[in-house]
Structures are given as structure tokens and as C-alpha cells.
Design a protein around this ligand. Structure first.
Ligand code: SF4
Ligand code: SF4
Ligand code: SF4
Length: 464
């Protein structure tokens, strides 16, 4: 892939902002790092722009994508700093019936659960927040430990929010072991989205995910999935932690999901938080990330070429950023929007940004004070470390800065207690993913769009 800079220029009333031009086998991608916007063009048009000319056919697209402006117009809007708390995590329990080898939860924790009374107060506070801000549609995620240990309270959230008239998308991330036919039916009826933690085929899963008494869990987890399928649940997701060991089997993991569970969403989480001391050696390091990214993209593209549809979220989200300047992902589209859009309620009713419950100094407010959440976040954003912009020199010149902006704040803070630095693993992963995805776009744009949209590839088929 060829990569060069196309300089900015002004012609008549039109100001072209310049950008980076990537050229591959099929076409070129013009990309503006400041605004994260891009345009697919022919090699011939790229040459015109290099010569300070724009073909008339391109002008409309360049104007609508913010790559060119009429003199005096302002840049594209950027609402990454807007405060719209509409994704609420609720810490239901610290208990779990599993003891996965890499879990951040300390096995010594005896566990606490959220009382019904506190849950009621939290929901009242969420409802008040929605009413005073005219939010009609929000998301709630009961959080754990294992949230289905609190199944009755999960259903209570559903009922109370339904009675409030506010539209709520309730989502759960669960180890799946407590999903019986009855639980599956109730979750399906309530339209609750479920993500199941499953690390791949039996031998890979059982090497990492064990019960508290050290027994393998694959059988229980897959029987939970079968109950959900039988109950007619759609859009079941999977969440897999990729460790140093399971990275060796990445292709096998993707084959497993695509062939055993073709309708399931796939979310691969490379383990890069230090976690427990004993788990440290399982974590991927920055040097492992280019390999993870390269093999992931190669396998996903091969599967599409063989006629499969792979619902893998990282590749599709990052492609959506590059091709559509999407703002859909709270973590990856416009930098981390934890705290501004996503907050967590702990079991005392304290409110924190994202998952920062272990950092008392990051507390935003407590529900008992009945303060306006948006205003409290505004105040916290002025003084709390969590909200400080990351100042790394590396980010200033990075091509992917619009989407990443230094990456996941909680990963950095849990790693080193500071916010100013970047998360090296996340940085290495993003750099490798974006570079390889751009290469895919300019070599085979049709395939890139199929992956982004999760639809079958109509191109030439590859043999199994
Ligand atoms: S199921 Fe989740 S909370 Fe429970 S031990 Fe495993 S990773 Fe930790
Ligand atoms: S802190 Fe990390 S997990 Fe939380 S919103 Fe930001 S990027 Fe996402
Ligand atoms: S953390 Fe890395 S990938 Fe992200 S903006 Fe900074 S330099 Fe770029």
C-alpha cells in the first residue's frame, strides 16, 4: 500500500483541507486525521488532488464529508465532550460462582450484593434523571460478579423501567451457567440482550474458565446458550478473553463461533489488564498486539471469502469509524466517553465514571444527595483525574487520534493509577488494526463493506 500526504489548497471559494492518501490495488482512500473523515476515490482522482485540482464530481462528497469547505464555514461538529449520561451500569453483586483464571475480582472477596431497597432508589434516580433531561431511550446493564445470581432483581429492573414508560435496552454479560429454560424464557420475553462469556471450543474454554471448586464449565455455559436459543432469543452475543495461551488458537476460536454459532455476535477481548498477580503472565503485551490484529483480520477476511458471515465486533466497529465516521461506540468511536455517557452505581449509591468503583476520588455524586447528574458530571469533569485529556506526544501526531484519543481511561488508571499516560497495549492494538483495515479497504472495498455491514461477500469464493 502506498501512503502520502495531499496538501491543503484553496480554489475559488472552496478550501480543501488536505489529508493522507492511501492507495491500494483497487482504489485510494483520502483520510483526514483531525476529523476522522474519509472518502474512497479512484487513483486518477487522487492524482488530480495532488495537483491541486478537484474534479467537479468529487466536490459534493468532499463538502458533505467535511473534507472541503466554502471559505468561512466551520469544521465538522465534534460532540465527544458532550455530557449525556444515558448508559447506566448497576453493581448488583460481587459474588460469582466461577473463578476464571484471569478474573479481576479477587478470589478472597466474600462478596456483597445490592439490596432491593438501594436498587429501588437507584432506579428512581435514573428515572428522575431521564425525566429532567427528556431522555426517552436509555441503556441499563446489571453488572457483577455474576449478574444472574440476582435474577429476581434483574427482572425487577425490567418491570420498574417498563412501568416508568422510558424505553430501556437492558443488557447482561453473564457466564451463562445459571440460564435454565425458565430464566431463558423470561429474559427473552423481557427483550433483555445477553452476552455470554465463552472463550472458544471446549479445551480452550475449560483451560481458562473454571467453577469456584475448579471444575470445567464448558458444558454448563453451552447448555445456557441452548436454552436461550430454544426460547427464541435473537442477537445473543459472545465475549471471549484472549490470553497468551488462547492467542495461539485464535483461528480455531473464530472457526468455532462461525460454525457452531453462526448468528452469534463475537467480541474478542485481548487480556491486557494486569489483574491478579497470578494472572499477569496470561496477559498480552504491547508486542503481541500486531500479531493479534493481523491474524484476526486475515481470518475474518478468509472466512468471508469462504462464504461465511462473521459478526466480529472489533473489525466492524473500526471499519465503521474509518468509512462512516461513526459515533456509535462509546469506547472506540470518538475516544473514551466513559463518565460523560456511561456511569456506574455502586452498592452504596455512589456514582462513578465507567467502571471506576475502586477509585473513591473519582466519585461523581451519591444518589441520596438528589443532585442533577448532568451538573455533577460537569463539575467532576473539571476536577477529576479520570476526565483529564491524555497528553501523550504520541497521540498528537497519530493518524487514529480522532477515534482513539489515548484509549481506554479505566485500563490506564487500573494499570498505573494515573490518567495522563496511554494504555500501551490498547495503543499498539489500535495502530495495527487501523493500518491493516485501511489496506483491506483500498485493496478490496467490497469485502470491507461486507465485514462492516455483516453481509455475505459476493466476490470470488475461496476453497475451504
Ligand atoms: S465469570 Fe466473570 S466475574 Fe465470574 S470469575 Fe469469571 S470473569 Fe470473573
Ligand atoms: S474507560 Fe474504557 S471501558 Fe470505560 S468507556 Fe472508556 S474506553 Fe470504554
Ligand atoms: S493511544 Fe496510540 S493509537 Fe491511540 S491516539 Fe494515542 S498514539 Fe494513537
Amino acid at each position: 500500500m502506498k501512503q502520502d500526504i495531499i496538501k491543503k489548497f484553496t480554489k475559488g471559494q472552496i478550501h480543501f483541507c488536505g489529508g493522507v492518501c492511501f492507495e491500494g490495488r483497487s482504489c485510494a482512500l483520502l483520510f483526514v486525521p483531525e476529523s476522522g473523515t474519509s472518502l474512497l476515490i479512484s487513483h486518477e482522482y487522487a492524482e488530480h488532488l495532488r495537483n491541486g485540482e478537484y474534479p467537479d464530481e468529487l466536490l459534493g462528497k468532499m463538502l458533505s464529508r467535511g473534507m472541503a469547505f466554502l471559505t468561512g464555514e466551520s469544521q465538522l461538529p465534534d460532540h465527544s465532550k458532550s455530557i449525556e449520561p444515558n448508559f447506566f451500569l448497576i453493581d448488583m453483586t460481587q459474588f460469582c460462582n466461577f473463578s476464571c483464571k484471569y478474573c479481576l475480582r479477587s478470589p478472597e472477596i466474600t462478596g456483597k450484593r445490592l439490596s432491593k431497597q438501594k436498587l429501588d432508589e437507584i432506579l428512581d434516580y435514573i428515572i428522575d434523571t431521564c425525566r429532567s433531561n427528556h431522555y426517552t431511550h436509555i441503556s441499563i446493564q446489571p453488572w457483577g460478579g455474576e449478574p444472574l445470581l440476582e435474577f429476581e432483581n434483574v427482572m425487577y429492573i425490567h418491570q420498574k423501567m417498563k412501568d416508568s414508560g422510558i424505553q430501556v435496552n437492558i443488557s447482561l454479560e453473564t457466564n451463562g451457567s445459571l440460564i435454565t429454560p425458565e430464566v431463558a424464557e423470561k429474559l427473552t420475553e423481557a427483550n433483555i440482550s445477553v452476552g455470554i462469556s465463552i472463550d472458544g471450543p471446549r479445551e480452550i474454554h475449560d483451560a481458562q474458565r473454571l467453577t469456584n471448586s475448579g471444575k470445567p464449565t464448558f458444558e454448563e455455559v453451552t447448555s445456557g446458550i441452548a436454552c436461550l436459543q430454544k426460547a427464541g432469543m435473537r442477537n445473543i452475543g459472545s465475549i471471549s478473553v484472549i490470553t497468551k495461551d488462547s492467542l495461539k488458537e485464535l483461528e480455531k476460536i473464530l472457526d468455532f463461533f462461525v460454525k457452531q454459532y453462526p448468528d452469534m455476535g463475537i467480541k474478542l477481548n485481548p487480556m491486557h489488564s494486569p489483574g491478579r498477580e497470578t494472572a499477569r503472565k496470561m496477559a498480552l503485551e504491547p508486542e503481541d498486539m500486531p500479531e493479534f490484529a493481523g491474524r484476526l483480520i486475515k481470518k475474518v477476511t478468509d472466512l468471508y471469502k469462504k462464504g461465511y458471515v462473521v459478526r466480529e465486533s472489533r473489525t466492524s466497529t473500526l471499519l465503521r469509524n474509518l468509512l462512516c465516521r461513526s459515533d456509535s461506540d462509546l469506547c472506540h468511536s470518538m475516544g473514551c466517553r466513559g463518565g460523560r455517557c456511561m456511569v456506574i452505581f455502586d452498592q452504596k449509591g455512589d456514582v462513578y465514571p465507567c467502571e471506576m468503583v475502586d477509585y473513591p476520588e473519582e466519585k461523581i455524586t451519591n444518589i441520596a444527595d438528589h443532585r442533577d447528574l448532568k451538573k455533577e458530571i460537569e463539575k467532576a469533569a473539571e476536577k477529576n483525574l479520570y476526565f483529564k485529556e491524555k497528553t501523550s506526544e504520541k497521540c498528537r501526531d497519530c493518524l487514529w487520534r480522532y477515534y482513539c484519543r489515548g484509549g481506554c481511561t479505566s485500563a490506564v488508571m487500573y494499570q498505573n493509577g494515573k490518567n495522563a499516560e496511554i494504555n500501551k497495549e490498547g495503543c499498539s492494538l489500535n495502530c495495527a488494526m487501523y493500518q491493516s483495515l485501511i489496506e483491506l479497504i483500498v485493496d478490496d472495498p467490497e469485502l470491507a463493506f461486507c465485514i462492516m455491514e455483516g453481509r455475505e461477500y459476493p466476490g470470488k469464493r475461496m476453497e475451504e
